[in-house]
Design a protein around this ligand. Structure first.
Ligand code: HEC
Length: 200
């Protein structure tokens, strides 16, 4: 079968490009049932994976222990989802880190902490663990990425969506504060420390 396929292409290619394309097309059509079989098989395997794996509880959803394949799956999906969905938006000049501090203290510090301020103890037992937002990985994200994440949250990570109870101006204030985390004054640190950090 291979020999026939090769022969078809080689003899076709020897004359003109168009002819070789026609031969290739003819060969593909001739093997149509075989190719359809492969596609159908792949579809069945993919459906089994999609439906059977969750029903059987193949992946352990416990938040204990190290990251596993499910975390890789989630993180890869998250990165690709952000790649396709975030918009290229710039922070408006009126965004105020002073206003953002209030929101950060009320809604973010408990999980993400801030320089010199620890998050709640239980936050370090989350999987994935909320990152320190001062770190390069977060600060390298564009303003548009940060806006999308804070507005919409990250499903299945524990990161809530804040766009439902904050208007656009406040969301930008929060992001202005995230950008300001590396230049906190002593006064700002003292203000942040006043948050109500639950402890067991
Ligand atoms: C209940 C805990 C929790 C709260 C509250 C929370 N976050 Fe998160 N946040 C997370 C988790 C968990 C992640 C995802 C970590 C991952 O995927 O690796 C995350 C991810 C993020 C990211 C992406 C960072 C990165 O490098 O991938 C940003 C930005 C962020 N949060 C900002 C905020 C801001 C701003 C607030 C407050 C308005 C906030 N978060 C409140 C838990 C929280």
């Amino acid at each position: 079968m291979n020999y026939a396929l090769n022969l078809g292409i080689v003899t076709g290619g020897g004359r003109t490009g168009k002819c070789s394309e026609q031969n290739l097309m003819r060969e593909i059509l001739r093997h149509r049932p075989f190719l359809i079989g492969i596609l159908a098989g792949a579809l069945v395997v993919a459906s089994l994976g999609f439906f059977v794996v969750p029903f059987l509880g193949v992946f352990n959803i416990s938040a204990n222990g190290n990251a596993g394949p499910l975390d890789w799956w989630g993180a890869t999906n998250m990165n690709s989802s952000l790649y396709w969905r975030t918009e290229d938006r710039a922070m408006p000049p009126e965004a105020s880190e002073a206003k953002g501090l209030e929101h950060y203290r009320a809604s973010c510090i408990i999980c993400h902490g801030a320089p010199g301020i620890s998050p709640a103890e239980w936050a370090s037992h989350m999987q994935p663990r909320p990152p320190k937002l001062l770190e390069q990985e977060t600060q390298e994200m564009s303003d548009g990425d940060l806006y999308y994440i804070v507005t919409n949250g990250l499903r299945m990570t524990g990161m809530p969506s804040f766009g439902q109870d904050h208007d656009e101006a406040d969301l930008w204030n929060i992001i202005a504060f995230v950008r300001h985390l590396n230049q906190l004054s002593d006064l700002e640190k003292a203000e942040l420390k006043q948050h109500d950090n639950p402890h067991h």
